[in-house]
Structure formats: C-alpha cells, structure tokens
Unconditional design. Structure first.
Length: 279
C-alpha cells in the first residue's frame, strides 16, 4: 500500500539506510537541513532500465524506419520532437509516483532548492574551462556533430528547438540518467553513481554519430558533456529531487539556444562558446 505522495507530513525513508522499514517510520515533517534523495520504486526502476538502452540505441532508428514505411517524410526537427515526445510519455506514465514525490520534495524545500540551480551552473562553468582547453589543444578544429544538429534545428524552427531542448530533453534525460541510474548506484557508491551516470549521459550525445561514423575524435567530443553531467548529478543529490536537475538542465539549454540564436557567428573554438552547447 502506497502513501499519498502529496502528503508533506510523510518523511520518506532514507534510501541509504537499510536498517528500518518505511512502515515503521513515524510521520514527521521533513527536516530542511537533511536532504534525502527521492528514489524510484523497484517497478519504476525496472521500467526505466528497460527503456534506457532503447532510448539510446533503438527508439530513434525505429521511429525513422516506421515513418519511412508509412511514407511520411519527416524533417530532422520533426523526428527529434517525436523521439523526445515518445520518451516523455513513456516515463511520465511509468515513473508517475516517483515524479510526484520528487515534485513534492522540490516544492517543500522551496527557496532551499533554488540556490542549487545557479550553483550547479557555476559548477558546470568551472569544470568546463579545463575540459574545453584540453580538448581544443588535442583537436584544434573541434566540432560536435550533436551541436551541429541542434544548430540546424534552431535555424529550421526556433520554437520547436525550445520545446525539444528546454522542455522534453531535460525531462527524459534527467529521469533516465539521474533517477534511474544515479539514485540506485548511489546506495552503493557515490563515485560509482557520478561516474556511470555522467559517462552514459555524455555518451548519449555522441552515440548516434559514433555508430554511423566511428572516430576517436568523437570520444574526445564526449568529454565536453562531462561537466554538465557532473553538475546535474550534484543538483539531484544536493536537493533530493530530480526536478531540480530537470530545471537546471532546462536552464542550461535555454541559455545555449538563446546565445546560438543571438550570436550565431560566435567562434565555436572560443571558451565562451561552451555556453552555446546544448546538453
């Protein structure tokens, strides 16, 4: 029997504490000084773990083949919107309880969660500086095919790029890489949770291109997405709610799209171009 996720008087069991059962815990207000991660239930984790490899390797290809078989000619923008919308619908249904509980946590802490977002953005900026310098030294003419595709979508349909990169992608990717991957691994190892979640998050942004055009350079391009992955893991861990990571991810992409639209001529090799990278 499940507790009502909207009951803010219920203190969820600490996911790192295996000594007590949830039913034996007294109903008490959540201490705002204690951030306990809201983790999905086993059935939700199972659904997420099944969908994760499908999202990374199968769904995009399957949708393109399906549209082709139906004789529907879809643009890059339309195909990406359908790809992200598929993940959004699936995860919103299968992870409903986790998303509700996480949203309650986000609202319950209120302003205590808001500072995590600018702090997370600052962490991404600080970590990006040495990474960008290293990658540009190794590959002076570095170019991210994922970023190139995003730029094309921005020029094709600015509104669609906002919906895809600011609304749908942050939701799908944070639920998969933070709620489904980071949370359960965090029970065993903090380093392992950061490593696996960040590595697969970065790999997602080159996986399609690596499959069709394998290149060592793409593995170095993957490093450019590591700082954002670490910052998003930190935001989830610090606030206890995946919605903090979702909103931070949305903020990162909104700033990147606006800069790409306003300053399209900005040299991608410049350090400040990191702010234009959609993650």
């Amino acid at each position: 029997m499940h507790r009502d996720p909207w009951d803010t008087n219920f203190q969820r069991k600490d996911p790192w504490d295996n000594t007590t059962s949830e039913s034996s815990m007294p109903a008490a207000p959540i201490d705002p000084k204690v951030y306990r991660l809201v983790v999905p239930e086993k059935s939700e984790l199972l659904a997420g773990l099944i969908y994760l490899p499908l999202h990374m390797f199968i769904v995009g290809w399957l949708l393109s083949e399906l549209l082709w078989a139906l004789g529907v000619e879809a643009s890059l923008t339309g195909l990406n919107l359908l790809y992200m919308l598929t993940g959004t619908v699936f995860l919103a249904i299968t992870m409903r309880r986790h998303l509700q509980e996480s949203f309650v946590r986000f609202l319950h802490f209120g302003l205590s969660n808001l500072w995590v977002m600018p702090a997370g953005y600052a962490i991404r900026f600080a970590l990006s500086i040495p990474v960008v310098i290293l990658v540009t030294l190794l590959i002076p003419d570095i170019s991210s095919p994922n970023q190139d595709a995003v730029q094309e979508i921005i020029y094709q349909d600015f509104l669609a790029s906002i919906v895809m990169a600011v609304v749908l992608a942050p939701f799908v990717e944070e639920v998969l890489f933070r709620s489904v991957l980071f949370a359960p691994i965090r029970k065993v190892s903090r380093f392992g949770a950061y490593f696996v979640s960040t590595l697969l998050f970065a790999f997602l942004h080159i996986s399609f291109f690596l499959f069709f055009a394998p290149s060592v350079n793409l593995l170095l391009v993957m490093l450019l997405y590591v700082p954002a992955g670490i910052a998003l893991c930190w935001a989830y861990e610090k606030s206890g709610s995946v919605w903090t990571a979702i909103f931070l991810h949305a903020l990162m992409n909104l700033i990147a799209i606006l800069l790409s639209f306003v300053l399209p001529e900005l040299d991608p090799e410049l350090l400040f171009a990191m702010f234009r990278r959609v993650v």
